[in-house]
Design a protein around this ligand. Structure first.
Ligand code: NAD
Length: 696
């Protein structure tokens, strides 16, 4: 093979023409190809993913010393990791630093990327997989960007309470349409290959085997810039005037305020400010970006969102190991089963799906197409995923499956009847998992032959959007079963939360008082919009009335009735009119009508009265109390798991760092006393859990 070729064959190998003996230590490997182009591959030694750490930048700086002295024909930067280009800055490096230190560190980083941008030769970034945050900024500092099919670019910093800090704010707005650039930074969304090319982020889109030729073409200036009208068009020209930018900024601000209120999420608002003020002055924007970033790192929101990032990492860690699961059989191809099947097939599992209803199996294939489309799979990958998913009306797949997931309607008799039928056909080491959301596993397991291989695998709806899966164990479930199920979650890119069999498990136990208290408030005559706004004001992603509609009032009723009989603590009574609504078919989103009219999409409670703080406490504190109960009874292992589960299953106000973190910030004594007060005013359902006193 000639020329520089990156081969992803097991261990990644960089073949660099003459420089086969390129140093293996450090983060960068460099070699010169026969045609005079220097290739540098980023290859963080101790990880499968590249991050843009201080060490990466300092080593780049050393390489630049040589390149400035002796400029090559062109310089190509790429990643030696099969996974992708680079996943952003190393967030752990910011821990414990004060804003001045952060500013100084960033300043050094800016100097290095500026030097890269100022090299007298063409600089080319080749991006496969994802170039995020600092990785995207590194690519933006180059003259050209070649995207390998499937690549994506993005700035997820807002999810950490930040905005880009290594030059992204002015480099991206300087490169493409400014409003599009701001949208990408404000939403944290990724621009996948096609969009990246349309916007002008990627100059070339090609396949891996043509990368060397594409780099040569960029080096020779033979590539026409992409993004035409979106680059330096009329609109971008107009935005150079501060009055036009002010107008655009005002619109951005009001839209952003709806999605991410400034009081809770200062970063996107700070980004709008700095663009509005300095959008026409690159060096002023650079200085403002540095200072603003350093200020944001110190905010409570940023610290809590970094906590959320770490909680995700900790849950992922629980998913390590082998699952020993190649073939999954799903029984029941309804709303949940179809999506679970599609998702697992998309992630490489062989899948069979059985259902009594042939129409459901037909719809499941359509669902799978939608799931693959939503994940931006190409035509070939979608076809492969669909090939792996086989409708199996007679359930023959049970005999070959390593994991059987049952997702039939929430009726204990039906489920146990199915278990009795399939257990004898299952392989001796296969696992049987139920997706039940409210039935106790101990009872269901009575129908199962080998209870050690029976557990819950509780996915949330919609499966493709919700990251969490509760892995529920009974007293009889073996460690190997729970470990394999957690590893299975990891393989299919979900976050496992191991929990004990308990009414509602962890997440529904916590959500039920939130939903039912809302029903009590409606019963008291409070308007549904006011109830929803009280929760939104706290930072919940959806008010409880909207959420009840979203989940389905019939399902809420099932869960509430199940919990009422099982829990020691009183739960709010379900009002009769809610049962009437279900009987009349007004079950919420799926029926087009519940509390709200859903015919035009998700309802918006609008702005206005959000009730008293009392009202918010009545909704939020019982959730915290349920968390404490679950911790006291070892339903979940620790506070971090509870916080992670609530954030990744329900979107619990991420900027507050999770319910238990919020309880710590507010003070356990204060939470307990407030619950006590509420119990005196509104009834025994608010009596604080004994764990608050113990855990001061
Ligand atoms: P669903 O009614 O949409 O689908 C159930 C499917 O099972 C139907 O297609 C039905 O034809 C099929 N079925 C019925 N009897 C069968 C049998 N004997 N053999 C094979 N298939 C059979 O239900 P769903 O909403 O997907 O719920 C399934 C399970 O998932 C329930 O236990 C529910 O509690 C749980 N769950 C639901 C949600 C949700 O939001 N829908 C969320 C989490 C968990």
């Amino acid at each position: 093979m000639t020329g520089p070729v990156l081969e992803h064959l097991g261990e990644v190998r960089l073949e660099l023409g003459a420089a086969r003996d390129a140093p293996r230590e450090g983060h960068w490997r460099q070699g010169k190809a026969g045609d005079g182009i220097v290739w540098m591959a980023l290859d963080r030694p101790d990880s499968g993913t590249n991050t843009i750490s201080k060490a990466v930048l300092l080593e780049l700086s050393e390489q630049l010393d040589q390149l400035e002295q002796n400029p090559p024909e062109a310089l190509v930067l790429r990643s030696a990791k099969p996974k992708g280009f680079a996943a952003g800055a190393d967030i752990d490096e910011f821990t414990g630093m004060d804003p001045e230190e952060i500013e100084e560190m960033l300043r050094e980083g800016h100097r290095i990327l500026d030097r890269l941008g100022d090299l007298p030769c063409p600089t080319i970034a080749v991006v496969h997989g994802e170039a995020l945050g600092g990785g995207f900024e590194l690519a933006l500092a180059c003259d050209w960007r070649i995207a390998v099919e499937g690549a994506a670019f993005g700035f997820p910093e807002v999810q950490l309470g930040l905005h880009p800090g290594l030059g992204g704010t002015y480099r991206l707005t300087g490169l493409i349409d400014q409003v599009e650039a701001m949208q990408l930074m404000l939403t944290g969304k990724k621009a996948h290959t096609k969009k990246a090319a349309r916007l002008g982020i990627a100059d070339v889109v090609t396949e891996e085997r043509h990368v060397a030729a594409a780099a040569r073409a960029c080096a020779d200036g033979e590539v026409e810039r992409r993004g035409g009208g979106l680059r330096g068009g009329l609109k971008s020209g107009a935005l150079k005037f501060s009055r036009t930018r002010k107008l655009a900024a005002r619109q951005m601000r009001s839209k952003t305020e709806k999605e991410a209120p400034q009081a809770h999420y200062p970063a996107p608002h700070a980004l709008i400010d700095l663009w509005e003020e300095h959008g026409d002055d690159r060096s002023a924007m650079q200085e403002a970006e540095l200072q603003s970033f350093a200020r944001l790192v110190a905010t409570e929101t940023c610290q809590n969102l970094v906590r959320v990032f770490r909680l995700r990492r900790a849950l992922k860690k629980r998913a390590e190991g082998e699952d020993g699961i190649a073939h999954v059989h799903v029984v029941g191809a309804g709303e949940m089963g179809a999506e679970i099947g599609a998702w697992a097939a998309m992630r490489g599992k062989t899948e069979t799906l059985s259902d009594l209803d042939l129409d459901a199996l037909g719809k499941a294939v359509k669902t799978a197409e939608g799931v693959c489309g939503g994940a931006h799979l190409g035509a070939a990958e979608t076809r492969d995923a669909l090939d792996r998913m086989m409708p199996d009306p007679n359930g023959y797949g049970v005999r070959r499956a390593d994991l059987v997931i049952e997702a039939v309607p929430e009726k204990a008799d039906l489920k146990t009847k199915i278990y009795k039928g399939i257990c004898k056909d299952m392989k001796p080491d296969a696992i049987l998992a139920t997706n039940t959301s409210s039935l106790l596993l101990a009872r269901l397991s009575e129908a199962v032959e080998d209870k050690a291989r029976f557990a819950g695998l509780h996915f949330f709806n919609p499966v493709s959007k919700m990251q969490l899966v509760e892995v529920v164990r009974t007293k009889a479930t073996s460690d190997s079963t729970t470990q394999r199920l957690a590893a299975f979650c990891g393989v299919i890119d979900k976050l496992p939360a191991p929990v004990r069999d308990y009414p509602g498990f962890l997440v529904n136990r916590m959500l039920t008082p939130y939903l039912l208290e809302a029903m009590v408030l409606l019963d008291e005559g409070v308007q549904k919009e006011v109830v929803d706004r009280a929760a939104l004001r706290f930072g919940m992603p959806m008010g409880p009335v909207t959420l009840a509609d979203w989940v389905g009032l019939d399902i809420c009723l099932d869960v509430a009735d199940g919990l009422k009989d099982e829990l020691e603590k009183p739960v709010p009574e379900v009002p009769d009119w809610m049962r009437d609504m279900v009987e009349e078919g007004h079950t919420g989103k799926k029926a087009g009508r519940g509390f709200y009219d859903w015919s035009d999409g998700r309802p918006d409670p609008g702005e206005g009265d959000a009730g008293s703080e009392d009202l918010t406490d009545r909704l939020i504190l019982p959730m915290l109390d349920a968390c404490m109960e679950c911790l006291r009874l070892n339903v979940a292992e620790d506070e971090d798991e509870v916080d992670g589960a609530m954030i990744f299953a329900t979107g619990f106000a991420p900027f507050r760092g999770g319910p238990m973190h919020y309880a710590r910030a507010r003070g356990h004594d204060e939470v307990r006393d407030r619950l006590q007060e509420l119990s005196e005013s509104y009834g025994p359902r608010f009596v604080p859990d004994e764990g608050w006193s113990r855990d001061g």
